[in-house]
Ligand binder design. Structure first.
Ligand code: PGA
Ligand code: MN
Length: 582
């Protein structure tokens, strides 16, 4: 055995001992292993088989009723120096956090199997990819990690070669919300999670590793780990531009990543390719451009609202080999959620007879887990070890008012300010109030593993001689009129906005310069086949000077929260905007 695996073995042995696990199982990622785990979970009730005719190899998992979303208030970044975690994170002293977790882990796996899950985030042979090992007592977590990461023997071989890996420990414990913590130790590349079996709290490769720990690693190593989808836009000439876009959870990243263009575009030969729907790791290549990989191998998407109208590609990939969490089921045992036009739920997400008096049939944060390869628009470029070159970066949020449909930042520094100042109405993806506007810089508020002030400075640092950086845009699909109706049709029609961005990238249209950035000029947004009122379109592209002055003030107050660590360049840039808002 190599010395590198000896370290891994010693770490596993320590936790096997501490947790009192009955058995230790090293996951190899094979079909046989997966089949055995499914059998086991069908027996224990962790999984329920869905209709094998309509949904072969699909299973339903019902989580504990109080364990249905990420828990930001119980998520900590434990750095030696509190300021390194920043006001954007909850902080706990690392030694105190470890003592707390060790007490919780003690004996917690008695009667259970400890699974060792080696995984790789990113194509297995990519220099941008990074490995980790998750210890967990949840076979549901193993099944999800198998879909969401490159899990098993190949990852273990890379770990043996490289030596470094992120060490994640997870136990569902007793699912008591009072004994639930998600701890991060970026300085030692460690994660410790207890008391939740749900999504980002428990699948440690996703938010914990690929965003919180990776953002820290990325800062040390000169790259970026971001909460972004990646898509390719192929034009009729066969040229593909890649775009990365950051939206907060449950704001449509999956739908945009899998967009099907409107009929006129399809007939002309336009196509959208999906690289990823949630996380993007990017770094400058030798030519100065930013190259991006999707570190994930699957999608953990929000089910409600997913339909043949909003996301036909997603619907198509969910007919086989998928895990559904907290959805409802129909009489013939098909998965069901709000937004599907057909089918009737008979059992709700808790397994009760469906009664609308109890609320929606599917939990608003119910999910599907599925391999990325099942998506009809998935591109083999997602497996390219070098990643794809980015032409544009997009920030966006859910804003009923104020923020126009699309605008382009003046330059990189302004783009960083636009990302830093973005805000969005909260959703069901995290526990807490829904619909409250909060600042969510780069959609990373819940995920940046270090002080936002330092993070903004790191973003700014990419603008250096020789860099050929992507253009930065901001979008808002969620504007409403006074009657509460959405002004923009969204979904496939978002293609029109993507096309305008590419025209800007290629310098084919001049745009219309305003105080907040460059908006589409008269006639620049393709409206062929678009059913939209001229007045609505005007409202979507209007910059309300008075309201924006208030917004600029609010952004300044927010940036002040990070004190000395906020780069002065952002305040100077904000002043530039303020001076033009007259
Ligand atoms: P999301 O993922 O926040 O990106 O929707 C949820 C989760 O990881 O639990
Ligand atoms: Mn996300």
């Amino acid at each position: 055995m190599s010395s590198k695996l000896a370290e891994l073995n010693a770490w596993v042995a320590h936790y096997a001992d501490l947790t009192g696990a009955d058995r230790v199982h090293w996951c190899d990622g094979s079909e046989e292993e997966s089949a055995r785990l499914v059998e086991l979970m069908l027996g224990s009730g962790d999984l329920i088989a869905l209709n094998p005719q309509t949904h072969p190899n699909c299973f339903l998992h019902r989580s504990s009723v109080s364990d249905v979303a990420r828990v930001e208030h119980l998520t900590f970044v434990c750095t030696a120096n509190r300021d390194d975690a920043g006001p954007n994170n909850h902080w706990m002293d690392p030694e105190q956090a470890k003592a707390k977790m060790a007490a919780l882990y003690k004996g917690c796996m008695k009667g259970r199997t400890l699974y060792v899950v080696p995984y790789c985030m990113g194509p297995i042979d990519s220099p941008l990819a990074r490995c980790g090992v998750e210890i967990t007592d949840s076979p549901y977590v193993v099944a999800n990690m198998r879909l969401m990461t490159r899990m098993g023997a190949a990852a273990l071989a890379r770990i043996e070669r490289e030596g470094t890996f992120v060490k994640g420990v997870h136990s569902t414990g007793d699912l008591n919300p009072d004994r639930r913590f998600i701890m991060h130790f970026p300085e030692e590349l460690g994660i410790q999670s207890f008391g939740s079996g749900y999504g980002g709290n428990a699948l440690l490769g996703k938010k914990c590793h690929a965003l919180r720990i990776a953002s820290w690693q990325a800062r040390q190593e000169g790259w970026l780990a971001e909460h972004m989808l990646i898509l390719g836009v192929e034009n009729p000439q066969g040229e593909t531009h890649y775009i990365a876009a950051a939206f907060p959870s449950a704001c449509g990243k999956t739908n945009l990543a899998m967009l099907i263009p409107p009929q006129g575009y399809r007939e002309a030969g336009w196509k959208i390719w999906t690289v990823g729907d949630d996380i993007c790791w990017m770094r400058p290549g030798a030519d100065g451009r930013l190259y991006a990989i999707n570190p994930e191998a699957g999608y953990f998407g929000v089910a409600p609202g997913t339909s043949a109208k909003t996301n036909p590609n997603a619907l198509a990939m969910l007919t086989h080999d998928a895990i559904f969490t907290n959805v409802a089921v129909t009489a013939d045992n098909q998965p069901w959620w709000e937004g599907l036009p057909d089918g009737t739920p008979v059992a709700d997400w808790q397994g009760r007879a469906f009664d609308p008096a109890n609320g929606p049939a599917a939990h608003p944060n119910s999910r599907f887990t599925v391999s990325a390869r099942q998506c009809p628009s998935y591109t083999p470029m997602a497996e390219d070890p070098q990643g794809v070159p980015l032409s544009a970066i997009v920030f966006g949020g859910r804003r009923e008012s104020l923020v126009p449909l699309v605008f382009e930042a003046r330059d990189w520094t302004h783009g960083v300010l636009v990302g830093a100042g973005m805000a969005s109405e909260t959703t069901a993806a995290a526990t807490g109030a829904v619909g409250v506007v909060r600042r969510d810089s780069m959609a990373m508020k819940p995920f940046a593993g270090y002080n936002f002030g330092d993070y903004f400075a790191h973003w700014l640092s990419f603008d250096k001689p020789g860099a050929k950086l992507p253009k930065i845009f901001h979008v808002n699909w969620f504007r409403k009129n006074a009657g509460g109706k959405f002004l923009w049709p969204g979904f496939g029609d978002n293609m029109r906005v993507l096309e305008w961005m590419i025209k800007r990238v290629k310098n084919e249209v001049p745009g219309h310069a305003t105080a907040i950035g460059i908006l589409p000029g008269e006639g620049e947004l393709n409206r062929d086949g678009l059913n939209i009122d001229a007045a609505d379109l005007q409202a979507l592209l209007h910059v309300d000077t008075h309201a924006w002055r208030t917004e600029v003030g609010a952004i300044a107050d927010y940036l002040e929260e990070f004190g000395e660590r906020t780069p002065a360049a952002l305040f100077e840039e904000l002043d530039k905007t303020a001076r033009q808002l007259v």
